[in-house]
Design a protein around this ligand. Structure first.
Ligand code: C2O
Ligand code: CU
Length: 500
């Protein structure tokens, strides 16, 4: 790790001197709408904060009041921004009318801090829980409830975590952008089906909740100031339940330098950066345009699955050109950042087959009652299964601490799914959904498969993805599930038991 960072600094020095222009300064941060929490601890190695889940009135659409569920009163919640190795002490209080938990998505942490119902009881209204852990892997992460997450996250309970490495790529500007979408009534209220699953439209029960109101850091009218010619690093989180962001700035190309908990030694270029639910992507962009003009950050149309309603194109935010400079050249490689590849174990992979059916349907799928506040359906409602079983009926996968395992995730359903693993990163090693610029533009990029260390990956209808993970950390009960919460709350969630 140390060596990797050192090599980075050397490279940057060389790059800066070769260019002959002024050396790159550390990136001024410009992430409008994201605010740091108050640090109650004077020790620079500790960030200690109060985090309160509560109902608050927010303005997602300018001039329109929405009663949302929030962390500390804002959507997104407080921006947790720390150097790797900083200890987080989070005093959580639940002032919501419903029980909840907080999961720290993508972070490697002690099992008891993972915020799932496998490791803690839900925090009741008025209750408290202290989450204490130390993020060590640079990257972009997030937090959200792991209890009724279909409705709770959709109501606004999410926040972003940036873990900075000791030597990040030097760029001119950096922006963290949290993407979301909501369905709201004209008066700004959120749909009643968040209180009552039986009111949810059948196609949203099947495919997940999504809506036409697009939020960037909690607003529909977000403006990010940019400098033409400068290198801007955009770090995106997709916190939406099921919307895919197919990001483009017309006339521009992204240079993709990382995802989830990894940077790429060999970045790749794309005009459309596709980000599935819960994924994070890190991409460089050099804006061009006259000072005073606006560029549009938009999401292009995307079809999640054949029998799903296509997502139309929409504006996400504006990039307002406030200055210009001599155009910088983007780095072609980022030497030294590569994550070592895991050995691929011989033998058959552990199968994880995603399918769906209906309650009381011919498949005979049964959703066992949950202990806490379940999402109760009725005959005809969808059930989502892993290896033909739902929820607590799925046998846990037992893995020995230290083992490296291979999983074949096969989506035989008619919906899109997002495989997410808690507590450990995985590496994608194979897929039948490989990218091809003409035939399969939304397939998995080879460069990503060779370099990424991920916690979430899309598995499209009819395709499969093989991943390898090393269970070298904490023993315990670690969830894996589809990250479309309407699917995980209705069966598509189980656990890996890492045993000593
Ligand atoms: Cu972000 Cu188990 O989820
Ligand atoms: Cu799913």
């Amino acid at each position: 790790m140390k060596l990797r960072r050192l090599r980075w600094s050397l490279l940057l020095l060389v790059a800066a001197s070769c260019r002959g222009s002024s050396p790159l300064s550390p990136a001024p941060d410009d992430s409008p709408g994201l605010t740091a929490p108050t640090d109650k601890n004077s020790d620079p190695g500790v960030l200690e904060l109060d985090l309160v889940a509560k109902v608050a009135t927010v303005e997602l659409v300018p001039g329109v009041k929405t009663s949302a569920w929030t962390y500390n009163g804002t959507v997104p919640g407080p921006f947790i921004d720390v150097a790797a190795g900083t200890k987080l002490v989070i005093h959580f209080r639940n002032d919501l009318p419903q029980s909840t938990t907080i999961h720290w998505h993508g972070l490697r942490l002690p099992n008891g801090m993972d915020g799932t119902l496998a490791v803690q009881s839900p925090v009741m209204p008025g209750g408290t829980f202290d989450y204490v852990f130390t993020p060590r892997d640079p990257g972009l992460y997030w937090f959200h409830p792991h209890h009724r997450s279909d409705s709770q996250t959709e109501r606004g309970l999410y926040g972003v975590i940036r873990v900075r490495g000791s030597s990040e790529p030097h760029v001119d500007h950096e922006h963290v952008v949290v993407l979301d979408d909501v369905r709201m009534e004209a008066d700004g209220s959120l749909p009643k089906d968040l209180d009552d699953y039986s009111l949810l439209a059948p196609d949203l029960k099947v495919h997940g909740r999504w809506g036409p109101t697009i939020l960037a850091n909690g607003r529909t009218d977000r403006v990010i100031d940019v400098t033409a010619g400068a290198i801007h690093r955009f770090r995106f989180l997709n916190s939406a339940n099921v919307r895919y962001f197919n990001l483009t700035v017309p006339g521009h190309t992204w240079r993709v330098i990382g995802t989830d908990g990894s940077l790429f030694e060999r970045p790749y270029d794309t005009n459309n950066l596709l980000i599935g639910p819960s994924e994070r992507y890190d991409a460089l962009l050099v804006p061009n345009g006259a000072v005073g003009s606006d560029l549009v950050l938009k999401t292009d149309a995307f079809q999640r699955a054949e029998d799903d309603t296509p997502q139309p194109a929409s504006t996400v935010a504006k990039l307002h050109v406030v200055a210009s400079m001599t155009t910088r050249t983007l780095p072609v490689t980022l030497p030294g950042v590569a994550i070592p590849r895991l050995p691929i174990p011989d033998g058959d992979p552990i199968p994880i087959e995603f399918d769906s059916g209906t309650q009381g349907g011919p498949e005979g799928y049964v959703l066992p009652p949950e202990e806490h506040d379940p999402v109760v359906g009725k005959p005809g409602d969808p059930i989502f299964v892993i290896n033909k079983k739902a929820g607590a009926n799925i046998p846990p996968i037992e893995v020995k601490l230290g083992a490296t395992k291979k999983f074949l995730i096969h989506n035989v359903s008619h919906q899109i799914h997002v495989f997410h693993l808690h507590g450990f990163f995985f590496q994608v090693v194979d897929t039948d959904d490989a990218y091809d610029p003409v035939d399969n533009p939304f397939g998995l990029r080879r460069e990503m498969m060779d370099q990424a260390q991920k916690d979430s990956i899309t598995v499209r209808s009819g395709y499969s993805v093989t991943v390898v993970a090393r269970f070298d950390q904490e023993p315990g009960r670690w969830m894996y599930h589809c990250h479309i919460p309407e699917h995980s709350e209705r069966g598509m969630m189980s656990e890996i038991r890492v045993v000593p």
